[in-house]
Ligand binder design. Structure first.
Ligand code: ZN
Ligand code: ZN
Length: 351
């Protein structure tokens, strides 16, 4: 079968690899779609970062590996001991390996497991015609949720988890910095939680246009004083939560200046450069910066529910491609900013 195999920096090849068989406790799925995310780009251009170069303690796997941790598919075969699933079931994969023993795992917050691993980074993933996945990673998709949306459950759960940490509800005002895939996911999650007052701050005109098409209100930080605008629009209270999905210093500075007293700025970004921390803003308002990492199964279930209710829309920001085009139309196009979210269809025709 075809698989996009990662050998190391700048080397991903669509190779012919043996079709995997399900082991006990796993299922085999025919992959529907697999999203390429920022983590995959980092591995491709600057890795290996998460991909192990010696056997991983939880998976036993190492380079070379089939990439892909954001995927959906249809079960074709069920390994020994698996109950509750059968061939034909459509599923999304929650790709976290956890140790099950550390303090966060014991508390149920396995998204911050001290030994966290990812299916598709520490083991063969979803950029292949077939994948074998532990049964405890499966989430069933309702009939009205497509396999395209199924592949988006993972990144949308990253955003949903962050949205929840902002502790907001229907009458609240929220500000999102950054309109990439996670910013878009935050917007859907906050809409799904019943918020009407959500502003998206994004300097790129193309990204603003994409999220406006989905119905969002945007602010251009190059022409507007965002904290002053938010103060104005909240009768001086400030936002109930701000979210940083941009990962740059000006976004954190503006976000902490937007939130009201004792309110959170939730960070769901990776910072490539050290940041000046706006401690004075935080102290004077008793506000805080709250980190957000990954998701747990509750976030997956909440996102799938909202997808079934029609909250999520792929118009204008999601592009499906064939696996043969994964370098040019996938990695290179994303790296050049020509596409926002690419879903690889390993079982589809080349374009
Ligand atoms: Zn990802
Ligand atoms: Zn753990």
């Amino acid at each position: 079968m075809k698989a996009a195999v990662y050998y190391g920096p700048n080397k991903v090849e669509v190779a012919d690899v043996p079709e995997p068989d399900p082991k006990p406790g796993t299922v085999k799925i025919k992959v529907g779609f697999n999203g390429i995310c920022g983590t995959d780009l980092h591995e491709y251009y600057a890795g290996p970062i998460f991909v192990p170069t010696e056997p991983h303690p939880l998976t036993g796997q190492q380079l070379p590996l089939t990439m892909g941790h954001e995927f959906s598919g249809t079960i074709t075969d069920v390994g020994a001991g698996v109950t509750g699933y059968e061939p034909g079931d459509r599923v999304a994969i929650e790709p976290i390996y956890r140790c099950g023993r550390c303090a966060p795992c014991r508390a149920g917050t396995y998204n911050v497991c001290q030994q966290i691993g990812f299916h598709g980074l520490m083991s063969d993933g979803g950029m292949a015609e077939y994948a074998v996945v532990p049964a405890d990673m499966l989430h069933r998709l309702p009939d009205n949720v497509s396999l395209e949306l199924g592949a988006l459950v993972e990144p949308m759960s990253v955003a949903y988890h962050a949205a929840t940490l902002g502790e907001v509800g229907p009458l609240h005002t929220a500000v999102i910095f950054g309109a990439g895939p996670i910013g878009i996911g935050l917007w859907f999650a906050l809409r799904g939680k019943g918020l009407d007052e959500v502003y998206v701050v994004e300097p790129s005109p193309t990204r603003r246009a994409a999220i406006e098409t989905l119905g969002a209100r945007t602010l251009d930080p190059t022409t507007i004083d965002v904290p002053a605008f938010i103060t104005d629009h909240t009768e001086g209270r400030g936002a109930d939560a701000a979210y940083d999905a941009a990962g740059v210093a000006p976004a954190i500075a503006a976000a902490t200046a937007c939130v009201g007293a004792r309110k959170p700025t939730v960070s769901v970004a990776i910072y490539e450069k050290p940041l000046p921390t706006p401690l004075l803003n935080l102290v004077m308002n008793e506000s805080r910066i709250q980190g957000s990492l990954c998701y747990t199964s509750a976030d997956f279930e909440a996102v799938i529910d909202l997808m079934a209710q029609g909250v999520y829309d792929t118009t204008g920001w999601v592009t499906p491609i064939a696996i043969d085009d994964v370098i040019d139309e996938g990695f290179e196009a994303l790296h050049a900013g020509k596409k926002m979210k690419v879903l690889v269809n390993p079982n589809g025709e080349a374009s």
